[in-house]
Design a protein around this ligand. Structure first.
Ligand SMILES: Nc1ncnc2c1ncn2[C@@H]1O[C@H](COP(=O)(O)OP(=O)(O)OP(=O)(O)O)[C@@H](O)[C@H]1O
Ligand SMILES: [Mg+2]
Length: 277
């Protein structure tokens, strides 16, 4: 895997108060520019891991590093972390609280103490990136679920983080909403933001991610998405199924219809374009 390690958990352990360990001795890296999908069964610790990455939780053991330097959990250290890593939680209602979309998105930049003009520029940029500029004055409680999701993501984008961490961003979106979100994420990535996404959707992960991390009881197993998502053993341990593209590729190969070294199709379009023997 290429790319500098921007943020990493090293030997990280975490348990909620009075609870059993959720993560123990976990190693996890986010590499600059690599789209990373985080997968694992319900309760495997994806959300916990993401909260550790963004500093909302602090590991009981091990450490969180940004560009190799351990994060300090005092006010200044956490502010520095927030401008590097931004988490968008799964349920937008846990994130949104201001009266209007524009106010909500401006909260983070205002809190950084940025000048008004800079705050306005960032809010405009984030609303445009999420295609919700027209909703700026709309009361947040009147938004649809998909609009609330986009508003929550805009709030994180307005912080101009280097790493955007999204907890199940496509859950609850309709097919068109999912496509628009992926296009939005492509745009953010083109502008240099590294995106990490937790998802249960193996087909989406295969199509979208450069790398995939499978969270299992033995730790996080990370590698190129096309390889990791073809590892039946790991997928089973992680409570996941094989992506259909991998299954179709295998079937075509077994029937002698696809060359041994050819890549598996990741989308219906790629399947249609396959050079079947
Ligand atoms: N605030 C909390 N207090 C106590 N235990 C918690 C808390 N949040 C999560 N847990 C426990 O930690 C474990 C990991 O939960 P987590 O939410 O990180 O899993 P997840 O992989 O995100 O699951 P899902 O796919 O359902 O979102 C679970 O056993 C859960 O019950
Ligand atoms: Mg979760």
């Amino acid at each position: 895997m290429s790319g500098t390690v921007l943020v990493a958990l090293r030997g990280a352990s975490f348990a909620y108060e009075d609870g059993p360990p959720v993560l123990s001795g976990l190693d996890f890296e986010v590499r600059e520019g690599r789209a990373l999908a985080l997968l694992g069964r319900n309760g495997s610790g994806k959300t916990t891991l993401m909260r550790l990455l963004s500093g909302g939780l602090r590991p009981d053991g091990g450490e969180l590093t940004v560009e190799g330097r351990p994060v300090r959990y005092h006010r200044k250290g956490l502010t520095a972390l927030r401008t590097t890593v931004q988490l968008v939680v799964q349920d937008p209602d846990d994130q949104l609280f201001a009266a209007s979309v524009g106010q909500d998105v401006s909260f983070g930049p205002l809190n950084l103490g940025l000048p008004d003009a800079e705050v306005r520029a960032r809010v405009a940029e984030a609303l445009a990136a999420l295609d919700i500029a027209a909703l700026a004055d709309r009361p947040t409680h009147l938004l649809s679920y998909g609009q609330r999701k986009r508003t929550a993501i805009a709030g994180a984008v307005a912080m101009r983080p280097r790493v955007l961490v999204l907890d199940e961003p496509t859950a609850g979106l309709d097919p068109d909403g999912q496509e628009r979100l992926l296009a939005t994420l492509d745009g953010l990535r083109e502008n240099g933001t590294t995106v990490v996404m937790a998802t249960h959707d193996v087909d989406l992960a295969l199509r979208w991610a450069d790398d995939a991390a499978l969270l299992t009881p033995s730790g996080a197993h990370t590698g190129p998405a096309a390889d990791m998502l073809a590892r039946t053993d790991l997928l089973t341990t992680a409570g996941l199924r094989l992506p259909w593209g991998v299954a179709v590729g295998r079937l075509l190969r077994a029937r002698g219809l696809l060359a041994g070294g050819a890549a598996n199709p990741r989308t219906p379009e790629e399947l249609a374009a396959l050079q079947v023997l």
